[in-house]
Design a protein around this ligand. Structure first.
Ligand code: GDP
Ligand code: MG
Length: 177
């Protein structure tokens, strides 16, 4: 994190179609476009937010548009990241199983400035769809085993738990919680 201008880089990773681009769009513009086109390469969006201690920071959310098939990313993408959102689709067991690979790649390639694991939340998206194919208990176990800072269900479609999950992560990054 670049403390001088308070720009906080957060990367959003996970399998294709789980809702990453929609999540970024929802958080930054508060919109949901079912026809949102995936772009090729790396994309990012910036949002100015108030932290829970009323500090203003700029959050830069990085999308991995179109590179999900590799399940690993270049170091350049991870460079200077302060936190991570790792997303899967509650309706896709395959996307949940990939969480392990994404987290291993993340932990192998990036650390915080003090050498600890990058704070990463596990986001179980599409909670509006039922029935879910992935059980809460399995998510909890994965969260503990792989040392995520927490997990939550979201529905980007319904705008459920988007801001909340981001402020939870931001507070950890900024050392507030
Ligand atoms: P990405 O490949 O991870 O960037 O996924 P996208 O953001 O492109 O979304 C993939 C598809 O899932 C799109 O058709 C979205 O409209 C849909 N989608 C994203 N979030 C949700 C959600 O919370 N609920 C439902 N039902 N669909 C969603
Ligand atoms: Mg996308």
């Amino acid at each position: 994190m670049d403390k001088d201008n308070d720009l906080i880089k957060i990367i959003v990773i996970g399998n294709t179609l789980v809702g990453k681009t929609s999540f970024i769009h929802r958080y930054v513009n508060n919109g949901f476009r079912p026809d949102y086109k995936s772009t090729i390469g790396v994309d990012f969006a910036i949002k100015q937010v108030q932290t829970s201690t009323n500090k203003t920071v700029k959050v830069q959310l990085w999308d991995i548009a179109g590179q999900e098939r590799f399940t690993y990313l270049t170091r350049a993408y991870y460079k200077d990241a302060a936190g991570c959102v790792l997303m899967f689709d509650l309706g896709s067991v395959a996307s949940f199983e990939s969480v392990r690979k994404w987290k291993a790649d993340l932990d192998a390639k990036v650390r915080t400035q003090s050498g600890t694991l990058l704070p990463c939340i596990l986001v179980a998206n599409k909670s509006d769809k039922s029935p879910a194919s992935v059980k809460d208990n399995d998510i909890q176990l994965m969260c503990e085993e792989l040392l995520f800072v927490g997990w939550t269900k979201t529905s980007v479609k319904e705008g459920h738990m988007i801001k909340e999950s981001m402020s939870y992560l931001l507070d950890i990054i900024l050392g507030i919680s």
